[in-house]
Design a protein around this ligand. Structure first.
Ligand SMILES: Nc1ncnc2c1ncn2[C@@H]1O[C@H](COP(=O)(O)OP(=O)(O)OP(=O)(O)O)[C@@H](O)[C@H]1O
Length: 285
């Protein structure tokens, strides 16, 4: 059992670094753990707003922070990821990495209002190039995908409101004392054996995609339109389709998912895993 990952998230300037510091101190001094903080901030080098305003640079930034965390996760310490972590699909990828190690992961949401975060941003004693511009701040707030403890990748979940204290002890308990989370209990299908796992994946994902396509193509061949929730085989979960979606996009997501399963030694109920993957990717496009 390897040391766990804490994923901080929240609006820009919502207190992520402040709570990261307190959590790290608590785990080190009171629990005798080694803590490694991966700071997104260190990558900015005075160009915070430029990087966050450029989707290509921002993507590179996220990839760096992710691989740094992944590298450290194999060592004997707690990794706290002090980063915006605002994309649902990205948090899902982190969850897959933790699962593959395997280790535990806890999500901490610094849940302060936009107005409060903005006030902290302008009143902070950092140099101006380390403050968010109004424009970048607003973009990040708009794009923020609030974590939901119902998603298994956002759970166990802790949030801290403005004026409240973070439950440091609770986090410690979740990281070190709780049992490994149980497998998803929403399906009763038969357990899948190692040897036929990928074959099963192929069949399950194909049938799920067929169902989504069938639900949307009655009107318009080739595009899946105007669907909210699609019920699919092999899972009690539904797929949320908000925007129009092409058959080739769906096939691409299926291929990506299968590749991820092959490389990450991720195991679970194939139907649920694929539906959760689709939902995380469809909402983070
Ligand atoms: N609970 C709090 N009460 C009062 N001020 C706070 C609180 N939390 C954070 N701040 C102030 O808000 C500013 C931003 O805090 P912090 O750097 O922790 O946020 P962040 O989410 O890490 O920011 P960034 O998005 O830039 O990484 C700091 O000046 C900090 O002192």
């Amino acid at each position: 059992f390897k040391m766990p990952l804490v994923v901080m998230c929240g609006y820009p300037s919502s207190g992520k670094s402040t709570w990261t510091k307190k959590l790290a101190e608590y785990l080190e001094k009171e629990q005798g753990k080694q803590v490694h903080v991966v700071k997104e901030e260190e990558q900015f080098r005075g160009e915070k707003n430029d990087i966050l305003d450029d989707s290509r640079k921002e993507k590179e930034l996220r990839a760096k922070v992710k691989s740094e965390s992944q590298r450290l996760l194999t060592k004997d310490n707690v990794v706290i990821m002090d980063a915006l972590n605002y994309i649902k699909g990205y948090r899902y990828e982190l969850f897959c990495i933790s699962k593959a190690v395997p280790t535990r992961q806890v999500t901490v949401h610094c849940d302060v209002s936009e107005a409060q975060a903005w006030e902290w941003n302008i009143n902070t004693d950092r140099p101006d190039n380390e403050k968010y511009t109004r424009e970048v701040f607003e973009h990040l707030v708009q794009r923020f995908e609030t974590p939901d403890p119902q998603n298994r990748w956002d759970s166990p979940f802790f949030s801290v409101l403005s004026g409240e204290e973070l439950d440091l002890q609770g986090i410690n308990t979740s990281l070190f004392f709780n049992k490994t989370p149980k497998k998803n209990m929403s399906t009763q299908s038969n357990p899948v054996t190692e040897s036929n796992y990928l074959g099963t994946m192929e069949k399950v994902t194909s049938e799920i995609i067929q169902k989504i396509i069938a639900a949307g193509t009655e009107r318009d061949s080739g595009t899946v339109d105007d669907i909210q929730e699609v019920e699919v085989p092999y899972s009690k979960l539904t797929v949320h389709v908000e925007d129009s979606l092409t058959v080739s996009q769906l096939n691409k997501l299926k291929r990506q998912f299968i590749t991820m399963c092959k490389t990450s030694s991720l195991k679970g109920e194939p139907g649920d895993m694929f539906v959760q993957y689709l939902n995380s990717q469809l909402s983070s496009a």
